[in-house]
Design a protein around this ligand. Sequence first.
Ligand code: BGC
Length: 411
Amino acid sequence: MQADTQPKQFPEGFYWGAATASYQVEGGIENNDWAKAAREGRVPVAGRSSDHYNRYEQDFDIAQELGHNAHRFSIEWARIEPEEGKFNEREIAHYRAVLQALHARGIKPYITLWHFTLPLWFSESGGFERNDSPEIFARYCAYVVEQLGDLCDSFSTMNEPSVLASNGWLRGTWPPFKRFALTDFISITNSGKSFEPKPEKGIGAVRVFFKVRKNLARAHNAAYVAIKQVKSDTDVSVVKHVILFEANWNPINKALAWFANWQWTHVFMKRVYKQCDSIGLNYYFYKKYGDTHVYEKTDMDWDIYPQGVYGGLNMLHRYGKPLFVSEAGIADARDVHRAAYIQTQVQAIWQAIEDGMDVRGHLYWSLLDNYEWALGYEKRFGLVEIDYETLERKVRPSAYVYKEICINNAL
Ligand code: BGC
C-alpha cells in the first residue's frame, strides 16, 4: 500500500458518514425477540438506550456538524408490523420525520430494513425457520419501501445474515439461542454472551442452521422482487459481514482459509448477488492462519487490522456490483486507537478505488455509543460518547479527525 504524503482524493460524490441500528440506539422497544430475551435474563436490557428515537434531530445536528453527507440507520420491524399483517402508520410517520430531518441537513439516508431484531409474533412462530419466512419478510420490506421510498433511494434488506445465523443457531449466544457444541472449537471471534446456552443434541441442530441460512438468502431475493414491484428505481442491497481469512505459505492453512471464506462469505453471496443493485460491506475481522504476529486489541478483544477492509472489498468486488462500506469501526472507550484506525481504513478504501473497485461510501460504525447486543452498554463504538445517566452527548476527539476526511473528501 502506498505510504506517501500526497492527499488521497476520493471520487466526487463519495458518501461519508456513520451508521446506527434501531434496537441499539432508539430505546423503548419491548415487542421484539431481544426485549423478550432480556426479560428472561438471557441478554442485557436495552431499555431507553440513548433515546435516539426522540433525540434524532439533535444527533443529526452532530452528524452534520461532523461533515457527514450520509447516514445509515435501520427500521425496527416490530414497530412497523407489531402484529402479523397489521402495519402501524404512526411509526411510518416517525420514520418519515427521521428521513426528512436527514434531508434537511443535506445527509443522504441509507435504510436497513432489518437489523437483527424480530417482531415477537414472527420469532415466536419460528422466525426464519419458517418455510414461508421469505414471503413474510418480503411483504414487510415492500410495505416500508412503498411508504418511505419517496424519501430514500437506498434500501438494504438485511444486516449480516451470516452473523445472525451463526450466533442464533450455532453458537447459541443470540435469540433463539440454539447451540451446536462443536462450533465452540471453530469460533474465531467472540461477540460475548450473558449466559451459557445448552447445546442442542445431534446433527439436527446444524441442519436447522443451514435451513435458516438458506431461508435468509431466499428472504433477501423475495424482498428484492417485491421492492422492485413497488419502486423499480430504488437501489436494493444486502449488507454482508465479511471476515477476511488469509493464510501463510502452508498449503493446509491455505485450504483452511479458502474453505472459511467460501463458507462465511461466498455461499450466501452466490445465492443473492443477482438480486443486488449494490452490496454493503461490514468489516471487523481478519484471520490469517499460521500468522504469529501479535496485534493490538480493541475493547472487544478483536485484533486491530483496519487495512483488511481492502481484502473485504476485494472479496465482494467479484460480484460486479457497486460497493459501500456499510460498517467498520472500533470499540475504544478511551478513544486512543480510533483516529488512526479510521485513517488507515480510509487509506485502504482509497487504494481499493485506485485499484479499480467501485466503492461509493464509508459509514463508520457507529455514530453513537450503543447497545452491543449480548454485551450490553459497556463497549463504546461511537464517534459520539453517550452518558447513559444524563443522555448527554459528547463528541470524541477522533470524530474531528474523521470530519477532516469527510469535508475534504480526501485523506
Ligand atoms: C453489527 C452491529 C454491531 C457491530 C459491532 C456489526 O456486526 O451490525 O450491530 O454493533 O458489528 O459488533
